[in-house]
Design a protein around this ligand. Structure first.
Ligand code: NAP
Length: 309
């Protein structure tokens, strides 16, 4: 996964949508080759609990992306009254099902369910979200130079950010990277992946003092906080590279009666930051499409590993 960057009308803008489309086309070709050579079709089981509209939207997007790539997706939808045991039993069955190479539990789960216990029930070989403790530990212990070739699943969003940087020609070696956020899903694995590329990494979190002064020293900023427009242009060193993971909904005045009353923005004040940085991802159209592409990639590589063993 190291093809050159896709060009955009403005070279400062990292076009995540175009890069993700290129990767999805490569995945489609690999899926076809796998079918031809090994008669194997990658399968992704997607577990959705409850009726959260955002979760349903994400699951629909993932299901459509699977179909477009030739990956079989199997939906398991439960009422939000489902018991812990019912979910665990479903996962145990999927662990044993040879047609299933990836198991994804759409998060968050309703509060009566023990999310950690449910994620831990997934066979680590089928944990395409890379959140099982075995895969978390493997990432910490990984000694290879290129985590995109790691023989285990890495969380989709930080993996997607790394590949966005690669395909945009950003050399991370010796660079100061500041990661805002320290979640298991994004911030921590992101920091580890950057360390693996010989970057010098600082993590900023909610208790960090003077975050703007730390961000100002960064050659590369990865914002994964969930606070709309937190990172201002005057936080950035001129020429910095900015990857904005945040997805935040903010209220807007509709342009016409009945029009949209909200819009999605990142953690970075894009309109101003774009004037200062050398490269930046937009929201939407930056990191989001890469997360889905990496889910397909992780499902496919899990299938490739299962047929080669
Ligand atoms: P999370 O679990 O809520 O973690 C947020 C992190 O940000 C925490 O570590 C928190 O610090 C830190 N934080 C909160 N306020 C801060 C502040 N004012 N200054 C510095 N750090 C602060 O969120 P997440 O799951 O990592 O997601 C982060 C964002 O990325 C969200 O907007 C989410 O929607 C988005 N996201 C996007 C994608 C995508 O595909 N584009 C995928 C996943 C997530 P503490 O640890 O001290 O609380």
């Amino acid at each position: 996964m190291s093809a050159p960057a896709t060009s955009t009308t403005d070279d400062r803008i990292i076009d995540g949508k175009a890069i993700a489309t290129a990767i999805r086309n490569e995945i489609k070709e690999r899926v076809a080759t796998l079918k031809q050579d090994k008669d194997a079709v990658p399968g992704l089981a997607v577990i959705l609990v409850g009726s959260r509209r955002d979760s349903q939207t994400y699951v629909n997007m993932k299901t459509k992306a699977c179909a477009a790539a030739g990956i079989e997706s199997l939906g398991y939808t439960f009422e939000d009254t489902v018991t812990q045991e019912e979910l665990l039993e479903t996962i145990r069955k999927l662990n044993k099902d040879d047609k299933v190479h990836g198991i994804l539990v759409q998060l968050p789960l309703p509060s009566h369910l023990d999310q950690d216990a449910i994620l831990q029930e997934i066979d680590p070989a089928k944990d395409v979200d890379g959140l099982h403790p075995v895969n978390v530990a493997k990432l910490q212990l990984f000694a290879g130079a290129d985590a995109t070739q790691a023989p285990f699943s890495i969380p989709c969003t930080p993996l997607g950010c790394l590949i966005l940087l690669d395909r945009s020609g950003v050399d991370l070696r010796g660079k100061h990277c500041v990661v805002l956020g320290r979640s298991q899903l994004v911030g921590l694995p992101m920091a580890r992946l950057l360390l693996g590329r010989d970057a010098t990494v600082t993590i900023v979190h909610s208790k960090t003092q003077s975050p703007s002064e730390i961000v100002k020293q960064a050659d590369v900023v990865i914002a994964a906080v969930g606070k709309a427009l937190l990172v201002k242009a005057d936080w950035l060193k001129p020429g910095a590279v900015v990857i904005d993971v945040g997805i935040n909904s903010i209220d807007i005045v509709p342009e016409k009666p009945g029009g949209k009353t909200y819009k999605l923005v990142g953690d970075v004040d894009y309109e101003e930051a774009v004037k200062v940085c050398s490269k930046i991802t937009p929201v939407p159209g930056g990191v989001g499409p890469m997360t889905i592409a990496m889910l397909l990639n992780n499902t496919l590589t899990s299938c490739e590993r299962s047929v080669s063993t």
